[in-house]
Design a protein. Structure first.
Length: 228
């Protein structure tokens, strides 16, 4: 039974999410804890082991990216699902870069939350065109042309690109950045939409490693400046 920890910025949103997760549609899930502040979350996580933390992008005493960073030190790291009003916020990309595993657009009375929790637990994720463009930029990569990326063999190209990103993932990000939907990509690559979502889920951990490297470079540069 997957266990979820809920972290929401207001009591009404927190209660709504709890009611959804304890309803008949998610009877095989449990809520192992909840909070409205980062400080409370750190204390609560010491006594429970959630599989997924569902967290608002902006909190009463901080931001989700701070939680994403702090989760790295846990012996058993839960997946982090961000709850955001839209998919094109810079803060959303930063939290994804620093450790979040996916996001949910929280604007439909909770239907997306239930669906995205199940997807994340199954190793699947979605991605907007804006986030795909930001990831390509973070890797210093341009977009593949549509003709090149849509070719069936593009899905199997394991040629390493920047920071070890396989060429097939560059093609996938490029197709999303060009505005194609997951179902359209699946049809052209002769796979299921779930297969595309599984590939997207694997993109995020690669992005985390890139984010860790970038943070390390910044820290070393700061130390050098301080010593000079």
């Amino acid at each position: 039974m997957p266990a979820v920890f809920l972290l929401r910025r207001c009591a009404s949103s927190l209660q709504k999410a709890q009611d959804l997760l304890t309803g008949s549609g998610m009877a095989d899930w449990s809520v192992c804890g909840s909070a409205m502040r980062l400080r409370e979350t750190r204390e609560a996580l010491a006594g429970c082991a959630p599989d997924i933390i569902a967290c608002d992008l902006s909190l009463l005493d901080g931001r989700a990216l701070q939680l994403a960073q702090s989760l790295r030190g846990l012996p058993r790291r839960p997946q982090l699902l961000l709850l955001a009003p839209m998919a094109d916020e810079l803060a959303l990309f930063e939290a994804l870069r620093l450790g979040a595993n996916g996001y949910c657009i929280d604007a439909d009375r909770g239907v997306n939350l239930l669906l995205d929790l199940r997807k994340l637990d199954a190793g699947r994720a979605t991605m907007s065109p804006a986030i795909a463009r930001q990831i390509l930029d973070a890797y210093g990569l341009g977009r593949s042309s549509l003709d090149e990326a849509l070719a069936p063999e593009a899905s199997q190209d394991v040629t390493p690109m920047a920071h070890g990103l396989p060429r097939a993932e560059q093609h996938l990000l490029s197709l999303l950045a060009h505005g194609l939907l997951g179902v359209e990509i699946a049809a052209r690559w002769d796979m299921t939409p779930a297969d595309v979502e599984r590939r997207l889920w694997r993109v995020y951990p690669r992005l985390h490693r890139l984010g860790v490297c970038a943070a390390g470079h910044v820290a070393r540069a700061g130390a050098s400046c301080g010593a000079s």
